[in-house]
Design a protein around this ligand. Structure first.
Ligand SMILES: NC(=O)C1=CN([C@@H]2O[C@H](COP(=O)(O)OP(=O)(O)OC[C@H]3O[C@@H](n4cnc5c(N)ncnc54)[C@H](O)[C@@H]3O)[C@@H](O)[C@H]2O)C=CC1
Ligand SMILES: O=C(O)[C@@H]1CCC=N1
Length: 266
């Protein structure tokens, strides 16, 4: 059986592991974990029945797929550390925002098959959106095996690396922005007397249904807006007030700041 190892067991690694376990894509024991704080990963591994190892090198030795899930500031150090344990039979999968295939190859060698990915947190419930880019060493069955890790966790799209920055903003960071929007809707509901719990359920379901409608419909979002905004009705009044407060500009400015920081971190 293919074994998948995670270097770094923070929020994102746990979202991926949770999604893989829910999809029954890997047996718990075939998921190997290590991070620099035993107190964090050992109880987690024990609770889920994962295999915990005590060093990054041991993790690489025990894994066919090695997922780099550390923060960007330590990624280069970790790749240099694991280089001696990597072989061309193993696939290195990075989820680190801003870390290019070329930079990884300089640290672990040109022969290493590598898949650069950018998943989002919704992989945890099988509703993720993940960008993938493979280097020239990753081909055939090995590439399929690596990409399938993310196919079982939701949708995937192959992207040129120069588009990872905008993808990271639109899909990687946006769950936080969409949660912000849902919370704003829900807070408005509380203002009008709904309980926070009920208002959040209503706002979240309306957001979910609207996203599904955009994906299923052949209409663009602007046409769907017109379908909701009845002539002389309440929705158009709300839309105009939101736009007067600068909703679209606020969203685009937020994405600009996200993309800029992603470039700075690269
Ligand atoms: N949070 C998200 O929604 C997304 C995060 N990412 C990327 O995922 C990566 C991890 O992000 P988070 O999980 O949010 O961060 P996090 O801070 O929750 O997790 C980082 C993990 O790395 C471990 N670590 C640090 N130094 C280490 C070392 N030398 N050896 C082994 N493990 C070490 C930490 O103990 C921790 O478990 C980042 O590179 C980020 O860019 C990518 C897409 C989405
Ligand atoms: O905030 C971050 O840096 C990462 C990248 C995409 C989502 N979270």
């Amino acid at each position: 059986m293919t074994k998948i190892g995670f270097i770094g067991v923070g929020g994102m690694a746990q979202a991926i592991i949770g999604g893989l376990l829910k999809a029954r894509a890997f047996a718990p024991a075939d998921i190997v974990v290590h991070s620099h704080q035993a107190a964090h990963y050992q109880p987690y591994a024990q609770r889920l029945g994962l295999t915990a190892v005590t060093s990054n090198a041991d993790l690489v030795a025990a894994s066919d797929l090695v997922v780099l899930a550390v923060t960007p500031n330590v990624a280069a150090t970790v790749l240099t550390e694991i280089k001696p344990a990597l072989t061309p039979q193993k696939t290195l999968i990075s989820i680190v925002a801003g870390l290019t295939l070329a930079k990884m190859a300089t640290l672990v060698g040109d022969q290493q098959p590598i898949l650069r990915t950018l998943p989002n947190v919704n992989v945890e419930i099988g509703a993720g959106m993940t960008a993938v880019a493979a280097n020239t060493e990753l081909t055939g069955a090995a590439r399929t095996t690596a990409e399938d890790v993310f196919n079982v966790l939701g949708s995937t799209t192959t992207l040129n690396e120069d588009q990872f920055g905008i993808f990271s903003a639109l899909a990687g960071s946006s769950p936080a922005y969409i949660d912000f929007f849902i919370d704003s809707l829900s807070r408005a509901g509380v203002k009008y007397g709904l309980s926070k719990q009920q208002a959040t359920q209503i706002a979240a379901q309306a957001t979910l249904g609207s996203a599904q409608m955009v994906l299923k419909s052949d209409k663009i979002p602007f046409a769907l807006i017109d379908q909701v905004a009845s002539p002389g009705g309440s929705t158009v009044a709300g839309l105009l007030a939101m736009e007067e407060a600068g909703l679209m500009t606020a969203v685009v400015k937020g994405i600009d700041a996200t993309v800029q920081r992603d470039h700075e971190n690269a």
